[in-house]
Design a protein around this ligand. Structure first.
Ligand code: GLV
Ligand code: GLV
Length: 325
């Protein structure tokens, strides 16, 4: 059995896998386009892919032996799921193990932007701190304010739990059939949710329905002085519209971990000190990144021995339904 892995992964999971399968790890850091990805995966039985690897229908068609794409991420927007389903290829992701780390980063961003940590740090390093003053570097308090959360799944709820600990009111989207949530949140239609959110944090997947969900009209429904936090996927926000709503003072700040055209950032967001930027690091702790590797490898191992993988997104051919050697 051959497993193609598009980058070295933290922890020891790949070493363990190498004891049971032939493991090929890509060492170059350049981004893979579909042709190069298909070329790299080639005749492999399994692939472990990163969130920017474009697993298109053409890639799947060019890799006829592939039985599983184990994405090293919770998001799977880089994969053509319909094509995988049609070809009977399993797709798996890495949920749960990254929930707390990502919620922690969302809160790092919320606290960092509302308490102006970047500006404070710069002031210290530039020797501009002249001593305590009553009006020095005033930020925005969170207690009693509303934290709006779009995407009330595992990560969104972990962010809400922290919000409750910080004394915030939690609100999320009303949905058919959703009468109560855990933790409890006010359930509002999108327009009302936006209008109520002093801080809006995104935790939804990127789908055709969430692309540019925060366009200019929706950003302007947020209260004047609101903050926008994105640790989900960049294209959920129209970045040019975000830059405009910051520039004209409608929003008080934005803190982003993900970008519409990653790794690029809209130039209107750079050099603003009401914007805090991180390099897509929501799950970036030593503990979480090795747990993600363990889970991706567990998914691969299961499929290669004809068992059900632990965290399927798309079900592939039923174990044992096809006599491949
Ligand atoms: C990171 O963005 C992930 O989807 O795991
Ligand atoms: C809530 O915001 C959801 O997307 O389910």
């Amino acid at each position: 059995m051959e497993v193609a892995v598009t980058a070295a992964l933290p922890g020891s999971a790949l070493d363990r896998l190498a004891a049971r399968a032939q493991v090929r790890v890509r060492r170059e850091r350049t981004r893979l386009d579909p042709v190069a990805l298909a070329d790299f995966v080639g005749e492999a039985d399994a692939a472990i892919t990163l969130l920017a690897d474009p697993v298109t229908g053409d890639v799947l068609a060019s890799c006829p032996k592939l039985r599983i794409v184990a994405n090293y991420a919770v998001g799977v927007d880089n994969i053509d799921l319909e094509a995988a389903r049609a070809r009977g290829v399993w797709v798996t992701n890495t949920p749960d193990v990254l929930t707390e780390a990502t919620a922690d980063l969302a809160w790092t961003l919320i606290l960092g932007i509302t308490r102006r940590v970047l500006e404070g740090d710069a002031m210290m390093r530039e020797g501009c701190f002249e001593g305590w003053r009553p009006d020095l570097l005033l930020g925005t308090g969170l207690q009693g304010k509303t934290l709006g959360i779009i995407g009330y799944g595992r990560i969104g709820r972990a962010v809400a739990r922290r919000g409750i600990a910080f004394g915030m009111e939690i609100a999320t989207l009303a949905r058919p059939g959703r009468t109560r949530t855990d933790p409890p949140a006010r359930l509002l239609p999108l327009e009302e949710l936006l209008a109520a959110s002093d801080v809006l944090s995104l935790h939804c997947p990127l789908t055709p329905g969430t692309r540019h969900l925060l366009d200019e009209a929706h950003l302007r429904l947020l209260p004047r002085g609101a903050f926008v936090i994105n640790t989900a996927r960049g294209p959920v926000i129209d970045e040019a519209a975000l830059a405009r709503t910051l520039a004209d003072g409608h929003l008080a700040g934005a803190a982003l971990d993900v970008y519409e055209n990653e790794p690029e950032v809209h130039p209107g967001l750079l050099r603003r000190n009401d914007v805090l930027l991180m390099p897509h690091a929501g799950s970036a702790t030593v503990e979480t990144r090795s747990a993600m590797a363990d889970l991706a490898v567990a998914n691969v191992e299961a499929v290669l021995v004809g068992k059900e993988p632990p965290t399927p997104v798309v079900r592939g051919k039923a174990p044992g339904s096809k006599g491949r050697e």
